[in-house]
Every structure is written in structure tokens, then in C-alpha cells.
Design a protein around this ligand. Structure first.
Ligand code: NAD
Length: 295
């Protein structure tokens, strides 16, 4: 099938490549020419704008940073809705505010474009090996139409969560858990270091027990190595926690743990670490304790 793919960053690039491997014909667009070139080398064709991509593709995937980017790409000048024909399917896989998904879907529906929100979890490694976890909101029949041939070519699972925006609400829950889990790891391993026990041995001792987690296995080795290359950037996680706090306040669900981790991430951002991986929460604890977990 001919698929338009817009947003070829850390995640979009490998996801687009997996669709090519699955036999789809891809037309791709990103504001960064270098990102486009890398996917063209893998077999895609370049489109010169979101409008041009939408003109020739019955299905469009977007993988952009946040709500304003998706609104611009879909509803803005030279955007998807200027080019798309009625009946086009838009799969927005970006992590954005659920209310923004609902607003964008309304604009799509007015032009006969069918939109689902389908954010992902798993990070770059799972984007590369095509084993992302995908959470979907929107019309169930659209989900059924794209599940096997498109979503499951990028992910190991794709779960239907409800109406439009439900995918992003699910993703916010995921991001709250990931942020608090990384912060708990950073706090605990800093405690071990300050108390004179080797954090690498603590990791070996506890990773198979109740405290062990996918987050611990992925992020504590980075803390031990002092490697904070993203992965998932602090600034993107700040974006998600902002969306979580806004959504929580809107529905009357206080998020005290999320608020605390948000301030740690804001401290790192102010320190010039916004482009670090979110495992850089270890650097917040290094700052307040004077002890580094790793190198
Ligand atoms: P990224 O910053 O690496 O990539 C975003 C891409 O969008 C960039 O290539 C950028 O040039 C492009 N872009 C921005 N504005 C554009 C526009 N107007 N038109 C065309 N292209 C535009 O971000 P990423 O890490 O790939 O994340 C993308 C989304 O996936 C985010 O919502 C993020 O929260 C989510 N996500 C990321 C991870 C991760 O581990 N990196 C994991 C799960 C979900």
C-alpha cells in the first residue's frame, strides 16, 4: 500500500523503515532534509510537503513531537488536510494531549478524513526491531482496517483503548509510570552509592526481584555507564508530564508524584540537559547529593 510518513526523528525513521521492509511504498516528509535522505536511502520517495504527501497516499502516518506540531502538519498551511481526499486514513502515532487528538479528529472528519490516535511505547530499540506497544483511540473499524498490515508491522501489540484520544490518555499513564520509575531508580541507586555499596552490585542483586522492571533494566545500565545519549529526551518527557498534569487537573485526578518528577526534569532542563536521555534524572540526584551513581 502507498503510505505517507511525516516526522522522521529518532522514532519515525526506524518505524518508516519497517513499513518499507513489510512491502509498503512510502512517501516521506520531514522539515530536516537529512532525516528524509536517510529514509529515502532505505527505499522511500521524498514528498516536498505534508500536503503533497497527503495528495497521493490513502494512509498517512505522523510521528511528531507534540500537539502544536501535529496541528500544524495536519491543519496548517500546506498541511495534510489541504491535500488529502475524503476517505484518507490518518494514523497519528505522536504522543500528544488527548484533547488535541479530539480537536484534530474533528477537523479531519469535516473533510471526510478518518483519524485514529496510536501513540507508542518502547523507545528507539523497539522502534528499530518493530516490537513497539501501540495504544489506539478512535473509530474501531479504522483500527481494524490498519491493525495487521500497518500497525503490527511497527509493533508487537496494538490494543484498542476507546474513543479518539484514548490512545494518548493511555500513553500519559505510561509516561507517568516511566518517569516515576526512573526517578525512583535514580534516588535508590544514589542512596546505595552514598551509603558505600557499589550500585552495580545493587542492580545485580535486585533486578530479578519485585523492584525489577523493564525501566530498571533499560535505564540503570545507562546511569552506571554515565551514558545519557537519547533515547528519549528529557524535553520530550517534560512535554508528556505537562500533558499529564493538564489532563489530570482537567478531570480532577491529582498527580503529586508526577509533579515532583516534573520539577526534577525542569531542573535538568535549566541546567542545559534537556536533550539528555531521561535516565539523566540520575544527574538531578548527583546535583543534590554530591554523588554520581556511575562514571
Ligand atoms: P524527534 O524529535 O527525534 O523527531 C520528531 C521529528 O519531527 C523530527 O525529525 C522533526 O524534524 C520532525 N518535525 C517537527 N516538526 C515538523 C513539521 N512541522 N513537519 C515535518 N516534520 C516535523 O522525536 P522522537 O523521539 O522521534 O519522538 C516522536 C514522538 O514519539 C514524540 O511525541 C515522542 O514523545 C514519542 N515517543 C518517543 C519515544 C522515544 O523513545 N524517543 C518513545 C515513545 C514515544
Amino acid at each position: 500500500m502507498k503510505i505517507g510518513f511525516i516526522g522522521l526523528g529518532i522514532m519515525g525513521k526506524p518505524m518508516a523503515k519497517n513499513l518499507i521492509k513489510a512491502g509498503h511504498e512510502l512517501i516521506v516528509y520531514d522539515v530536516v532534509a537529512e532525516n528524509v535522505e536517510q529514509v529515502v536511502e532505505a527505499g522511500a520517495k521524498a514528498g516536498s510537503s505534508a500536503r503533497i504527501v497527503a495528495k497521493s497516499c490513502p494512509v498517512i502516518v505522523t510521528m511528531l513531537p507534540n500537539s502544536p506540531h501535529v496541528k500544524t502538519v495536519v491543519m496548517g498551511e500546506n498541511g495534510v488536510l489541504e491535500g488529502a481526499k475524503a476517505g484518507t486514513i490518518l494514523i497519528d502515532m505522536s504522543s500528544i494531549a488527548p484533547l488535541a487528538s479530539q480537536e484534530i479528529e474533528k477537523a479531519c472528519a469535516a473533510k471526510g478524513v478518518k483519524m485514529i490516535d496510536a501513540p507508542v511505547s518502547g523507545g528507539e530499540p523497539k522502534a528499530v526491531d518493530g516490537s513497539l506497544s501501540i495504544m489506539v483511540g478512535g473509530d474501531r473499524s479504522v483500527y481494524n482496517e490498519v491493525k495487521d498490515d500497518i500497525l503490527l508491522k511497527m509493533g508487537a501489540s496494538a490494543v484498542y483503548c476507546g474513543e479518539i484520544g484514548a490512545g494518548n490518555t493511555t500513553k500519559l499513564a505510561n509516561q507517568v509510570i516511566v518517569a516515576c520509575n526512573i526517578a525512583a531508580c535514580a534516588e535508590a541507586f544514589t542512596l546505595a552509592k552514598k551509603a558505600g555499596v557499589d550500585p552495580a552490585l545493587v542492580f545485580d542483586a535486585i533486578k530479578g526481584g519485585l523492584a525489577g522492571s523493564t525501566v530498571m533494566n533499560a535505564k540503570v545500565p545507562m546511569m552506571l555507564e554515565g551514558n545519557f545519549k537519547p533515547g528519549f529526551k528529557i524535553d520530550l518527557h517534560i512535554k508528556d508530564l505537562n500533558n499529564a498534569l493538564d489532563t489530570g487537573h482537567g478531570v480532577g485526578s491529582p498527580l503529586p508524584l508526577t509533579a515532583a518528577v516534573m520539577e526534577m526534569m525542569q531542573t535538568l532542563h535549566a541546567d542545559g540537559r534537556g536533550q539528555d536521555d531521561h535516565s539523566s534524572l540520575a544527574n538531578y540526584y548527583a546535583k543534590v547529593s554530591g554523588a554520581k551513581i556511575g562514571k
